[in-house]
Design a protein around this ligand. Sequence first.
Ligand code: 5AD
Ligand code: SF4
Length: 550
Amino acid sequence: MPSVYLETFGCQMNELDSELVAGRLAQLGYTLTRDADAADVVLYNTCSVREQAEQKVWSRLGELRHEKARRPGMVVGVLGCMAERDGADLMKRMPVVDLMCGPGELDKLPDLLDNAVRTRGSLLAGESASLSALQGNASRRSATLAAAGDDLELLDLSRAFSPIDGDGASRRSAYVRITRGCNKFCTYCVVPFTRGAEVHRPPGHIIEECQRLADAGVVEITLLGQTVNHYRFEHGAAVTVGGMVQPQKGRTYKGAHHRDAFAGERVTTFADLLHAIHEKVPALQRLRFVTSYPRDFGDDVLEVMRDSPRICRYLHVPAQSGSDAVLARMNRGYTVGEYLEFLDRARQFLHQPEIGRPLMLSGDIIVGFPGESDEDYRGTVALLEKARYKNCFIFKYSPRPGTVAYDRIPDDVPEAVKRERNNHLLSVQAAIGHAIGQEQVGQTYPVLVEGLSQKQLKARGLSAADRKPRTIGVTIGGAAVATLPGVEARDTGHTPDPGPVQVTGRTDGDLIVHFDATSDAHARSLIGRIVPVRVESAGGLSLTGRLLDA
Ligand code: 5AD
Ligand code: SF4
């Protein structure tokens, strides 16, 4: 069977898609490889959120031209949002591409790939072959979400669950999708176009997936959705096909501030879902979710978080701007005051440093959105100071063809101003992050150990990117196809260093902590475990601490 190299660009949703695709292909007999130069099939799972993300893929595709000239049998595929957005244009611009598959069509990838591989084979054999493997742009927004059509659910359901062996540390933490797509239509954003309408997965499927991951040894699950807190499954509306409950289209709801408003047998709300996973999967030590939308975040969810010890005290709630005028042009549906009120409410429920459980927040901000004045920007600085995120992703506005902002709002903030605001805001956030770090010194936190620290990886001639491989690791039938480098890399030639080995982990508030293990063997034994670490100093984006006796 052909070997496949799969590289992922962009968000966590893409990482999960790649993992599921890799798992599916491995089940079908393909071999996954980390060596792009030797692979029979090269797949890029792409992102369209900002132009820069697309540029990276264009240049990678450009580089592949030479490789393909050398090896004409090689198959090149573009998956994900760029395939969906650019459609046939992408293939025209880059003839090196043999197949494309949008994020809503990934269930069809094995067939597309099979076709493409066969076509290539017949071309090589000198036969005529005009088969096109392009199919990836049928919009699920316009398509009926009728149950029978939603085969995409099968991709999530086909996930491989194999027991994690000692070296499979990267697999101790897993993503589980709860919602696909987005109905928000923020004016700058391509996601509602590339990923289609919001669809919620049946709670039974989600809980079972969490259970099976926990049975396989996963200790931390991150639930994924573009707007996770909008999760809502109406059981009465569920359709069963072939004994399988189908996902359903999301409905927005207003003014939900108490759990009772939705509790009942016919509806599973996000609060109900969190509660159910927490109760039904006790082996799961950490449950988290991203990304939260700042509106319609009911007290019901905050109550469940407060009362469930294994749900992390961490929220990623993008504000995008600290100006009401800009928020309105972005179609975000809330004001700065409402956003800050939400953060206050979340803190009232969840910020409990006295019991070692402070609430940690992170955010996203776009600077240089059309019409953003100096005063608007000052509002954003003020918002960061009030929000006190532990970290914040800051982006320069990137006009995306097809979005409302691209069509109707001229991109009038000069690039130099965008850059200046971006750099300034990064420094504002760095100071806030540093202050939050200082507040942690002297505290002891349970830390989930993820692997060797960047410093340690560097000392071993590995890059930080090696710690989280871009080719997603999958374990099939107990055999690691690609596992966590760093530790395993030492099995292939590195002589263990005597003395301490620095490892990295995260608190349940998502703070990064480095500390020393006494030896390689000790480091290996800690990876994937949750251990108590006392914070001794804070610098930059991370904390340094000391391991206490577990
Ligand atoms: N330009 C810049 N940033 C964007 N984001 C989404 N679309 C754009 C765009 N056109 C950012 C938002 C979002 C994050 C995933 O990416 O901050 O929360
Ligand atoms: Fe894009 Fe807005 Fe949906 Fe987030 S909520 S994916 S920014 S449209």
